[in-house]
Structure formats: structure tokens, C-alpha cells
Ligand binder design. Structure first.
Ligand code: SIN
Length: 136
């Protein structure tokens, strides 16, 4: 569990209600990874939605060789978005290009919340779309 205050400043959570942010904070944890860690692998179960707090992560296709980098995830960005999109498998791998600190949100618990709260589901999907469009 983390403090809801940690999530509140980030645009991804800005349009959520206090109750929704508190509920998400209950299913979230902070985690650190050293440089070169693999945070998740392509084609594995998408168990976590992540918010980048510090550092940088490269998203890449495991099968694509040296030029397979898709984008860099910087502080404030969300990644692991397949945790909210069926069939809940990561479509790319994530490698820390420097030491990173993230918020890990339990994907299964978040999906259960969206099933019970259709408004939350709509807002999250809208915010996921905006986050992916903003990548470069
Ligand atoms: C994925 O979730 O499928 C890969 C990482 C991302 O695009 O956020």
C-alpha cells in the first residue's frame, strides 16, 4: 500500500475521484530496480500497471534485435498498459536504462475495480490511450 498523495500529482490519476485514488493506492507498492533490470517480458502475463517515479525504462520487442526499442518511459509516465487490456499479456519487454523507482499497481485487482465501477473503467481507458499517444 502507498499513500494516495503519491499518485495524486500525476496526470494519469488527476481525473479520478479521491475514493478511486485511495482504492488504487491500496493495491499499489513502490519498487526499485537497478540499471539493466528487466521489469517485465513480452508475452508474459501483464500483472502490473506501472507508474515511473524516477529513472528511465526502454520498451522493446524481445525478438527484434538491437533496433527493437519502441520508446523510452520517463518519470510521470504509465507503462504496462496491457494489464488493463485483454488478453492481459505484455506486448513488449521493459528494461531499466538507469536505476528506476516505480509504483506497481496490481493489475488483477485494478481490473476487478473497473468491473465494479464503469466510470473508473472509462476514465482509465481514456487515460491509457492518452499516455500511449504521448509516447515517442
Ligand atoms: C504492454 O503493456 O503491453 C507493454 C508496455 C506498454 O506498452 O505499456
Amino acid at each position: 500500500m502507498i499513500s494516495p498523495e503519491l499518485l495524486r500529482p500525476y496526470p494519469f490519476f488527476a481525473s479520478l475521484t479521491d475514493e478511486q485514488i485511495k482504492a488504487i493506492a491500496k493495491i499499489a507498492d513502490e519498487k526499485s530496480f537497478p540499471k539493466d533490470s528487466i521489469l517485465f517480458k513480452e508475452n508474459t502475463s501483464a500483472n502490473e500497471l506501472m507508474l515511473m517515479l524516477e529513472g528511465a525504462v526502454s520498451l522493446f520487442y524481445s525478438s527484434g534485435g538491437a533496433n527493437s526499442s519502441l520508446c523510452t518511459i520517463a518519470p510521470g509516465a504509465i507503462f504496462g498498459v496491457s494489464s488493463l487490456i485483454s488478453p492481459y499479456k505484455y506486448t513488449a519487454s521493459a528494461r531499466a536504462t538507469m536505476p528506476v523507482k516505480v509504483v506497481n499497481i496490481d493489475g488483477a485487482a485494478l481490473r476487478m475495480m473497473t468491473e465494479a465501477d464503469q466510470k473508473l473503467s472509462i476514465v482509465l481507458m481514456r487515460n491509457v490511450a492518452a499516455a500511449v499517444i504521448a509516447r515517442h
